[in-house]
Design a protein around this ligand. Structure first.
Ligand code: SAM
Length: 482
């Protein structure tokens, strides 16, 4: 039987089934142990130190006790701490991005995904470079600066060379004042060599969802194709990091397996990356299974209600305080609104999940990967964020300034973030307001900028940001950033 060893490079050891089961039992036994729960909550609370905050995070056992706890006042406290941590490390900024689907050709047999190989009714489509360019122009015209590219796994139709060519095309398009400054990549697990090439192509985060940490279920849910190999898939982030990609993203597809199991597995994965590479996950995504072409989410027994989903989100924030947390348009506006208070730091907006969807007038469904619940335009999302006291940020500076991996984490954990990310967010928001916003959003946006500039602690930074925003208003589009 595999032993539990978070530093091991073998998936069966760092995501150890025995340890997860023991964790769930420990959590169940202690779910009303108020003394222990209070100690864990105290540990999770941000503590002010020098100019910044220290958040210790929680290990998978501690966080699982909180997840099992059903005492309403304690749950309220968890939510409050999640909000405090988000504000301490990320302030009220919310980073905006959009997915870009390149190809839905796929040789895998994933039971929850309409791109599975046996689906003979879904039209198969792969963008040509001309089409990639047209999609990118449409995305730039909305105001996007950051993309997550998505593709099925198909070594013949979408080989790595195709993905690399698309990345090159995306970075090469500069339409009007637009450009894509960060391309995150969500493609199937691959080799160290391939990850090296992605790194050389200048990608941001490499994102790969685990789907489920439960090995037995994983094997059943991925009956055929290369993705069937649980260990190869689970060890992918290690290979990416070995290749020099130091921002990697994790995620579970909630609904496939028991959420308490997934939650413990996800945190063990984060602990493993931190123990081995000295850097935990740059982002954690929390997707839920959605209706899609030939997929009915009710066919999976483990769907979670909105309240449980909120609790999971808040507790990921408590356990992994430094990570970026992503919520996509799989969720409705009201669910997103609730989760934004509980630790989310990135949202997608104006998304289309079909191949070639951005160049169509109406949102097409033919090649869609899943149903989009939040169907608002990017302008509506930006406006809504500001109405709710968040700052929509189109910033991509950290990655371009080499502040990735442990350097990003150090910045996040120190007080410097208000002197760096905050002005960057405001300057990129000003660019958006000038170039793409509706008159109402523009008006509200400048009120927000005015208010938020005064929160920048260092006078010299504040003055520089004000000056740069004046340039932006005067159509100067130099790449201003701290
Ligand atoms: N082919 C790559 C892979 O296997 O990881 C890229 C993944 S796919 C384009 C992006 C993600 O969409 C998947 O990892 C999965 O979690 C999610 N997904 C697939 N089907 C879904 C569905 N019906 N509802 C919600 N999310 C889904």
């Amino acid at each position: 039987m595999a032993k539990y060893d978070k530093k091991s490079l073998c998936a069966d050891e760092f995501i150890n089934d025995e340890e997860i089961k023991a964790t769930l039992q420990y959590a169940e036994e202690n779910k009303h142990n108020v003394e222990l729960i209070d100690r864990i909550l105290d540990k999770a609370r941000p503590v002010k130190k020098d100019n910044g905050y220290v958040c210790q995070g929680l290990d998978h056992r501690e966080a699982s006790v909180l997840l099992a706890c059903d005492i309403p006042e304690k749950i309220e406290e968890m939510y409050k701490i999640a909000e405090e941590i988000k504000m301490a490390y990320y302030g009220n900024r919310i980073v905006i991005f959009a997915p870009l689907y390149l190809s839905n050709y796929c040789v895998n047999g994933c039971l929850y995904c309409p791109y599975h190989m046996k689906n003979k009714t879904i039209p198969r489509k792969k963008l040509t470079q001309e089409e990639v360019r047209a999609e990118v122009i449409a995305l730039q015209d909305m105001g996007h600066k950051r993309l997550a590219i998505e593709a099925g796994e198909d070594p013949v139709n979408n080989p790595l060379e195709y993905i690399l060519e698309c990345i090159k095309t995306i970075y090469s398009v500069h339409h009007k004042n637009g450009d894509i400054r960060r391309v995150n990549v969500n493609i199937a697990a691959t080799t160290v060599e391939a990850y090296r090439k992605l790194k050389e192509a200048g990608i941001g985060t490499y994102i790969l969802f685990q789907e489920t940490y439960h090995k037995e279920s994983y094997l059943k849910l991925h009956p055929t194709g290369p993705k069937h190999d649980y260990n190869y898939h689970t060890e992918a982030h290690d290979r990416a990091m070995e290749a020099g990609i130091d921002d990697v993203g994790l995620g579970v597809l909630f609904g496939l397996e028991l959420y308490k199991y997934e939650f413990a597995g996800l945190l063990m994965h984060a602990e493993h990356l931190e123990a081995v590479h000295g850097v935990g996950p740059h982002t954690i995504s929390v997707p839920r299974v959605k209706k899609a072409d030939d997929i009915d989410p009710s066919a999976f027994d483990n769907g979670i209600d909105d309240e449980t989903f909120a609790k999971i989100t808040a507790l990921i924030r408590l356990a992994v305080p430094y990570t970026g947390m992503i919520i996509s348009t799989r969720e409705t506006q009201s669910v997103r609104q609730k989760l934004l208070r509980l630790g989310i730091s990135q949202v997608s907006g104006g998304s289309r999940t079909s191949v070639g969807g951005y160049t169509e007038e109406e949102r097409p469904h033919d090649t869609e990967q899943f149903d989009v619940s939040d169907q608002r335009t990017l302008d509506e999302v930006v406006n809504w964020l500001m109405e709710n006291n968040h700052i929509p940020s189109f910033c991509t500076a950290c990655y371009r300034e080499g502040r990735t991996g442990d350097r990003f984490m150090a910045l996040c954990k120190s007080g410097q973030i208000l002197n760096c990310c905050h002005p960057n967010a405001l300057m990129t928001l000003a660019e958006y307001l000038e170039d793409y916003a509706s008159p109402e959003t523009k008006k509200l946006g400048y009120e927000v900028i005015e208010r938020e500039l005064s929160r920048i602690p260092r006078e010299i930074v504040r003055e520089k940001a004000e000056e740069n925003i004046k340039y932006i208003k005067n159509s100067d589009r130099r790449d201003f950033r701290f």
